[in-house]
Design a binder for this molecule. Structure first.
Ligand code: KIV
Length: 264
């Protein structure tokens, strides 16, 4: 397998190949995803919720994202690594955004992702001008949870729909190499996907996007604090871990572990 770059991701849309994306926050998970052939690993700020147990992504810091990025970069050989810019790391000024994007690249990110459409176009453009590729993220943007009044599907009304189409065109013009479409009606995501030239990566945005992204803890059944409709669970690791831990407790209590084979 060869090292994936942003050019390969862009080419996948041109060739009509779907793009599977998963999140990872640590070395062993990144290694498994990479070896399975995932072309793009997102070090998402969803780490704040599924890894650290925060109630939303707003408390995630640059230090935390740097730490996760370093671990994921160590575990991944071929996948393209994209790291989320956390809340407050890019909104205050373009200068701060550029510096923080650079710090994530120093830890091993090969691109950064930030939330927002037209309003973020100049920031995206400034980061792209530093030769750091940017992934856009529009629609339901979790860092805007308080403005949205919760995690609500965006773009159901005509005015909002027009705004999201404009946002998609604005981030494309600003130079993103691909864009996440989160929490929007299927037909709107389809229209955006057919309108812009860069790949769209959907989450809760229906089947017509060029790729799909899910949070690894949701896919593996490790996190059930919230369970949106768009999640598909492929394993139940919570149950597997619980069974294993109970067996271990039982073995220790009953003196079955350690056995001769584990002893010196
Ligand atoms: O933080 C994250 O994991 C994300 C994806 C779910 C798109 O932004």
């Amino acid at each position: 397998m060869k090292k994936i770059t942003i050019l390969d991701i862009i080419k996948m849309k041109a060739e009509g190949q779907k793009i599977p994306v998963l999140t990872a926050y640590d070395y062993p998970t990144a290694k498994v995803l990479d070896e399975a052939g995932i072309p793009l690993i997102l070090v998402g700020d969803s780490a704040g919720m599924v890894f650290a147990g925060y109630k939303n992504t707003l408390s995630v810091t640059m230090d935390e994202m740097r730490y996760h990025t370093k671990a994921v970069a160590k575990g991944s050989k071929n996948a393209l690594i994209v790291t989320d810019m956390p809340f407050l790391s890019y909104q205050v000024s373009i200068e701060e955004a550029k510096k923080n994007a650079g710090l994530l690249v120093r830890e091993g990110a090969e691109a950064v992702k930030l939330e927002g459409g037209l309003i973020m176009a100049d920031t995206i453009n400034a980061i792209v001008d530093m030769d750091i590729p940017v992934m856009g993220h529009i629609g339901l943007t979790p860092q805007s949870v308080h403005r949205m009044g919760g995690y609500r599907v965006q773009g159901r009304e005509k005015k909002q729909r027009k705004k999201l189409l404009n946002d998609a065109r604005a981030v494309e013009r600003a130079g993103v190499f691909c864009v996440v479409l989160e929490g929007m009606p299927t037909d709107l995501a389809k229209e955006i996907t057919e309108t812009i030239s860069v790949p769209t990566i959907g989450i809760g945005a229906g089947p017509y996007c060029d790729g799909q992204v899910l949070v690894i803890h949701d896919v593996l059944g490790l996190y059930d604090d919230v369970q949106p409709k768009f999640i598909k669970r492929y394993a139940n690791l919570k149950e597997s871990i619980s069974t294993a831990v109970n067996e271990y407790i039982d073995d220790v209590k009953k003196g079955r572990f350690p056995g001769r084979e584990h002893s010196f």
